[in-house]
Design a binder for this molecule. Structure first.
Ligand SMILES: [Zn+2]
Length: 309
């Protein structure tokens, strides 16, 4: 067993990455425990992602206020998943920016059934969420010129979802990677494209940043990006063998031995990943070939509980 994959502990909270750039890191990388960040300029603050609940986002907002009292002018959403947007409305003054697809999906998916959510994820309080989509959207690239520096928002095609962006700070060599990097929890690829995700990781690596803020897990360098890539390549390869043998999604998901990735929590996500891969192997477009996510959450929950027995 390769020790690189072993889940370490890490320090949660606000982490200063450069004089005016901060990551906000959770102690866990599991379901709905997502990271965020913020950039403090001369006149205003830019926030990267809100969190999964109103309470978690208020706590994040309070942490920003410990550092600065400047107005929060922009809130960037890396993608439409609830753990990155459900707290958007807590930042009442911010103009929200996302990819076109992120806005569309935020509106279409809305907030999931709170009863279902509370059953599957009882440690979170999902009450009081009012899904608030972006005010400004873009497709390939949008640059904020902030003081003397640039905040580049980049989209390299479908990956973790069909509308993820990264936030690249070229002067500091820092990337807020959103959910392109899951570190020490199982990557979740139910909505995008595995080939596309790998292309996104390559494009990101080619930017040459030294520091990545993952959507889930501790701040890392290129080694963190590579561990996430290892999982994607492994699952794609193992799934393809079973697809070619004519297995069903459930048969394949149960048959794949995760090996060293068994150490990462939420390995029931193999089910969602195989569901997506089956569609990808059939050549379906991720923007139109959608899964029933509520149903998938229940199946993953059943699988997770069965594995705990
Ligand atoms: Zn996500």
């Amino acid at each position: 067993m390769n020790k690189e994959y072993k889940v370490p502990t890490w320090e949660p909270g606000v982490k200063q990455l450069a004089p005016n750039i901060y990551a906000y890191i959770q102690a866990k990388a599991t379901w709905y425990w997502s990271n965020a960040g913020f950039i403090v300029g001369n006149d205003y603050v830019v926030v990267v992602d809100s969190l999964a609940t109103v309470g978690l986002t208020r706590k994040f907002s309070d942490e920003i206020r410990e550092i600065t009292d400047k107005p929060i002018r922009y809130l960037i959403n890396t993608h439409h998943h609830g753990d990155h947007i459900y707290g958007n409305h807590v930042f009442t003054e911010a103009t929200i920016i996302s990819h076109d697809y992120c806005r569309r999906e935020a509106i279409e998916q809305g907030i999931r059934d709170p009863g279902l959510m509370n059953t599957i994820f009882p440690e979170f309080d999902f009450r009081g969420i009012a899904v608030t989509p972006a005010d400004i959207t873009f497709d390939k690239q949008l640059t904020l010129y902030m003081d003397e520096g640039e905040v580049r928002l980049l989209h390299f095609g479908p990956g973790h979802t069909a509308g993820d962006i990264i936030v690249y700070l070229p002067e500091e060599g820092i990337i807020f990677a959103g959910d392109f990097i899951f570190l020490y929890s199982t990557p979740l690829g139910m909505e995008g494209s595995f080939d596309g995700w790998l292309r996104n990781l390559d494009a990101m690596a080619n930017l040459g940043a030294q520091t990545y803020v993952p959507g889930h897990g501790p701040v890392c360098g290129a080694e963190g990006l590579n561990l996430c890539r290892d999982y994607l390549v492994f699952v794609q390869r193992e799934a393809k063998k079973r697809f070619d043998r004519g297995m069903t999604v459930d048969e394949a998901a149960n048959d794949i031995d995760l090996g060293q990735f068994k150490q990462w929590p939420n390995h029931e996500r193999i089910l969602a990943n195989v569901e997506r891969l089956w569609r990808e192997f059939r050549g379906e477009d991720p923007t139109t070939s959608k899964l029933d996510i509520a149903e998938l959450f229940l199946r993953m929950d059943t699988m997770a509980k069965a594995r705990e027995l």
